[in-house]
Design a protein around this ligand. Sequence first.
Ligand code: HEC
Ligand code: HEC
Length: 311
Amino acid sequence: MVWSCNTGSSAKAPSPATSMPELLKVDTNSIPKDKYGEMVRYGRELMLNTAYYIGPDGVNGHYLGNKMNCTNCHQDGGTKAFSFNLMLSHQEYPQYRAREGKVLTLAERINNCVTRPHNGKPLPLDSKEMVAFLAYLRWINSFVPKDKPHQGSHNLAVKLPDTAADPEKGKMLYQEHCARCHGKDGEGQLAGVSYTYPPLWGPDGYQPGSSMHRVIKQAQWLKANMPYDKATWNKPFLTDEEALDIAAFVNNDSIHARPDVKNYDYPHVAEKAIDYDKGPFADTFSARQHKYGPFRPVISYWDQHGMKASY
Ligand code: HEC
Ligand code: HEC
C-alpha cells in the first residue's frame, strides 16, 4: 500500500502491525477556553458551515459564489485523514506555488479555495474570518505528532493504467454509485443555506481551475472517500480505474458546464501539473491526454527531459 502520494515525496509504505504510522486526528473538546480558542472555534464553524456565514446569502459577509462548505472536500473540517487533510498546512506556508509562480502565505492559499472551488471573491487578509481560518489551521496543526510517523496528510495514491480514463464508462459508474446522492445531473441536493449533497458540476459546482477538476487529483480523493457511505481509506469502494473513469466523467467539460474563469495561471509551463488540461504544455501531448491520460507516457517524457512531473 502506498500511503503518501502525489508530491514526489520519498516516503515509504509503512511496514505492517506495530510500526503502523499514527492516523491524523484532533480532539475538538480541547479547544482552549480563551480569546484564541474563540477564534479557533469560529474557524471550525467556518470550515463546517462556510455558506451560512460567508456564502451568497451569508450572515457575516458575501464572499462565496456558491453554497458549498469547505468541509465538503476537506472533510471533518480538514481533519479527516486522506481527505485533502489540512493538518500540516500551518507549518508548510509560506510556500512556493507553481500555480502562481510565487511564494504564497497560508492566507493567500485559503483565498485560492474561496475563489476557485467556491467561485467567490477573496476575503480581506485582515478580516475576522481570515484570522479565524488561520487560528483554526494552527490549532489542528498542533495535533500532528512531532516525533512519530503519521499518515493521512496526503490522499491515497491511484495506480495509473496504460489506457486513458474513460468518461463513457465513468458515466455508467456515476449513475450506479453516485447519482442517488449527487443527482442524475450532478446538481446535488440543496437544503436551504447549503447542501445535504453538494453539486459536482453546473453553475454551483467548483470552477474548472480548481484542483478537484484534475482527473488524477479527484480520483485520489474519491478512492478513500466516495461513495460517502461505503468507502474508507483502508477499504476503498471504487477500484483505481473506476475512480479515474468517474473523475473523467465528472470533469468532462464538453457535457458539464461550470462557472467560467479566464485566468489559469502556471506562468512556468514546466511546473504545470500533468493532469492540468489547460495549455500551453511543456511537452508534445494533447490537452485531451493531459486531461484523461494515459499519463504514464507523459511522466516518462518528463523524466527523460529532466523535468519533475507532479500530479
Ligand atoms: C471542491 C473542493 C474544495 C473545496 C470546497 C475547498 N477546497 Fe481547499 N483544496 C481543495 C483541493 C483539491 C486542494 C489541493 C490539495 C492538494 O493539492 O493536494 C485544496 C487546498 C487547500 C489548502 C492548501 C493545503 C496545503 O497544505 O497546501 C487550504 C489551506 C485550503 N484548501 C483551504 C480551504 C478552505 C478554507 C476552504 C473553504 C473556504 C476550502 N479549502 C474549500 C479542494 C477544495
Ligand atoms: C450517500 C451519499 C453519497 C454518495 C453515494 C456519493 N457521495 Fe459524494 N458526497 C456526499 C457528501 C455528503 C459529500 C460532502 C462531504 C462532507 O461534507 O463531509 C460529498 C462530496 C463529494 C465531492 C466533493 C464536493 C463537491 O461537490 O465537489 C465530490 C467530488 C463527490 N462527493 C463525488 C462523488 C462521486 C464521484 C460519487 C460516486 C462514486 C459520490 N460522490 C457518491 C455524499 C455522497
